[in-house]
Ligand binder design. Structure first.
Ligand SMILES: [Zn+2]
Length: 295
């Protein structure tokens, strides 16, 4: 299998840096005020991802959306990510679904996370991804006011109880300038009619045969649309503590395919040439300028 050709659209790698207990599926069992008592596994699992990227056949570059709660406790990990040449972006601070926050609570959450990350890396943080893709229309102007220039929280799939939506953005529009200078970069779907079949990662990546998943990625890239993949460090950690008492559907979503995930992730990293969201937007906006001004 060769890397994607230079004629293909860019493939974007993204990682949401959070620990095994931050996941929304754990919320019914693991209370927020117990997080600081739990064993952190995010540093070794993220370092493993950095190693897999360094070992991949292409010069993989990735956008890491880091949770502010993690950044404050693991600043060296954030420095390692930046030092390896990857892009550091924000996954918010406390991993609260946007529907559970007021606009002012949301503003405080993203300001705290952006500030913590920028203090650690000494550089501007431009990107944001909402917990569980729970983006809301009202959040976009706040993100822009706080100083972000892109959001990557839109996952236009078949109905999911947590995913948000933004008016006017379809599943076949991977990059949209929603306000002047502010972009929405959607996680990838294979489109069927007006809906998308999720093809950007998560349980779908762990569940489908890898050859089928790879074919879908190739088809998206050959169509000229960028491809956006996401993964979490806990997805390559089958030894993470198993939580009993979760509802069956949550248990399935979280644990399905964990034991085979690292091997297929290693294949995915080597089967395509991966870049960051910032680089995708740089190419995208350059081409838009070229299109309007001509050669
Ligand atoms: Zn998350």
């Amino acid at each position: 299998m060769s890397l994607s050709s230079s004629n293909d659209a860019p493939a974007v790698m993204s990682v949401d840096v959070e620990d095994w207990f931050h996941v929304e599926n754990m919320r019914p069992i693991i209370r927020r005020d117990t997080w600081s008592e739990l064993i952190l596994r995010v540093t070794p699992t993220t370092e493993r991802m950095l190693q897999l990227m360094a070992d991949s056949r292409g010069a993989t570059r990735c956008t890491f959306f880091v949770l502010g709660w993690v950044a404050e406790r693991c600043p060296d990990l954030v420095r390692q990510i930046a030092a390896a040449g990857h892009e550091v972006a924000s996954h918010g601070y406390g991993h609260d679904l946007l529907g559970s926050l007021s606009p002012s609570e949301f503003r405080k959450d993203v300001e705290r996370s952006k500030g913590a990350l920028e203090d650690i890396i000494g550089a501007e943080v431009r990107g944001y991804r909402a917990p569980s893709f729970s983006i809301k229309e009202w959040a976009i102007p706040i993100l822009q006011e706080v100083g972000f220039s892109f959001d990557s929280s839109l996952f236009r799939s078949f109905r999911h109880d947590r995913y948000g939506s933004l008016a006017g953005i379809g599943p076949d529009e991977p990059v949209v300038e929603v306000y002047p200078g502010f972009f929405e970069v959607s996680v990838s779907c294979v489109t069927i009619g007006s809906h998308g079949l999720p093809w950007g990662g998560g349980g779908y990546f762990r569940l489908l045969p890898y050859s089928v998943f790879r074919l879908g990625v190739s088809r998206i890239l050959r169509s000229g649309r960028p491809y956006v993949f996401y993964i979490h460090p806990w997805e390559i950690d089958p030894s993470q503590p198993r939580i009993h008492g979760l509802p069956r559907s949550y248990r399935f979503r979280h644990y399905v395919g964990l034991s085979r995930c690292e091997a297929r992730y290693r294949s995915l990293l080597s089967d395509f040439a991966w870049t960051t969201m910032g680089e995708l937007l740089r190419q995208w906006t350059d081409e838009a300028v070229y299109d309007t001004q001509g050669p």
